[in-house]
Ligand binder design. Structure first.
Ligand SMILES: *[C@@H]1O[C@H](CO)[C@@H](O)[C@H](O)[C@H]1NC(C)=O
Ligand SMILES: *[C@@H]1O[C@H](CO)[C@@H](O)[C@H](O)[C@H]1NC(C)=O
Length: 359
């Protein structure tokens, strides 16, 4: 009893200090904007001040959203975003290829993009980054490019959204620092689409606890030091692909299983869990990769973890990659290493094939 009373006084004293700290400076102006079904979300974004919360009520909104101002908190409360009848042009137009549009485009100002070659346009320069934006609780459906794209931004959080049938990408982050993509369901239901979540040139990126399904590439890692953890990838071809030249990516505690059977019929695409392709110093630890199989098709082998040099010029060697403490089971082949790279460490994995790498 005496103890709990003294705890109460400590707590009360702490609250006093807190309220003193809070009221010593004028309270920040935080206001909330409500968007109702039938109203325009973009209109709310355009009038929002830094720090505002925009709460979007349940309904289907036929809009493309562009966020270029700082400290916008966009919250969906049962809101579904679908493409408008005619596309709007913004920085993300054409990002994922000619005639593609993003559902939500978070973008800095004066962003210069390189012409489209493959996959998506690269960032050349950013005039001013957009900072501290949160997008949560939305369902974004069926955009031709990305359901959500983050381009030339800082401290953006994409958390707890449902991204459905994004044709080129569910979520693409390019040239943005300290982005967090967490707890989203990024799924393609109607056919196998291109890339679910991709992080290109975005230092400090974290991609965690997402559920991915129905993509040729589940997680595309094009950022050195990217932190990819606790994601669950099913019904896809490649769980995670670490691109040539990427250094020090960390893939931990991901679960990759149940590949889509049609992957074996797509030319140049097989089934794999984690592929390290000409990347170095990757850490692959505590992942569970299971049940990946090409179903005995001649000439096809599903591999849980593959370490490869690039097959085309310039040849980049896969060196210094560490694959430990993973559980790899019921795959055609658990580990495949084909590289002239040095310093790759493959040990302490629970697996069976090939014996010499799993011992
Ligand atoms: C492959 O994935 C697509 C997209 O989710 C799905 O429509 C299709 O049924 C899947 N195919 C198989 C054979 O599982
Ligand atoms: C390693 O390099 C040699 C010589 O260039 C080449 O013949 C061989 O195919 C390479 N091995 C791999 C695994 O790339």
């Amino acid at each position: 009893m005496a103890r709990s009373i003294s705890q109460f006084f400590i707590f009360a004293g702490f609250a006093l200090i807190l309220s003193y700290v809070c009221f010593a400076s004028p309270p920040p102006k935080v206001s909330t904007i409500h968007v109702k079904s039938g109203q325009s979300i973009q209109a709310a974004i355009n009038t929002a001040q830094p720090g505002n919360w925009i709460l979007v009520e349940a309904g289907t909104y036929h809009e493309q959203l562009t966020i270029t101002s700082d400290e916008i908190n966009l919250v969906g409360l049962g809101a579904i975003l679908v493409p408008p009848s005619s596309p709007q042009t913004n920085t993300c137009s054409g990002l994922g290829g000619p005639n593609t549009e993003a559902g939500i485009c978070v973008t800095g100002s004066d962003v210069e993009l390189a012409p489209f070659v493959v996959e998506h346009r690269k960032i050349v320069s950013v005039g001013r980054t957009v900072k501290n934006v949160l997008i949560t609780g939305f369902e974004v459906r069926g955009f031709s490019g990305e359901n959500i794209a983050v381009v030339g931004a800082e401290n953006v959080q994409v958390i707890g959204n449902k991204l459905v049938d994004g044709d080129q990408y569910g979520c693409l982050v390019v040239g943005s620092s300290n982005t967090q993509v967490e707890g989203n369901a990024v799924v393609s239901n109607t056919n196998l689409r291109f890339i679910s979540v991709c992080v290109d040139n975005s230092p400090g990126i974290q991609v965690s606890s997402n559920h991915v399904s129905g993509y040729v590439i589940g997680l595309c890692v094009q950022t050195s030091g990217a932190d990819i953890r606790n994601n669950d990838v099913v019904n896809s071809c490649t769980g995670a692909f670490v691109d040539p030249g990427v250094k020090g990516a960390k893939l931990t505690k991901n679960h990759i299983s149940n590949a889509n059977a049609t992957c074996t019929a797509i030319p140049g695409v097989g089934i794999s869990g984690i592929t390290i392709y000409g990347a170095s110093d990757t850490t692959v630890q505590y992942n569970l990769i299971e049940g990946l199989t090409a179903g005995g098709l001649p000439g096809q082998t599903a591999v849980a973890v593959a370490i490869l040099d690039t097959a085309t010029d310039p040849v980049l060697l896969a060196s210094g990659n560490i694959v430990t403490k993973n559980i790899l089971r019921n795959n055609d082949l658990d580990i495949f290493v084909f590289t002239n790279g040095t310093g790759n460490v493959i040990e302490n994995n629970q697996c069976s094939t090939p014996e010499e790498l799993c011992a």
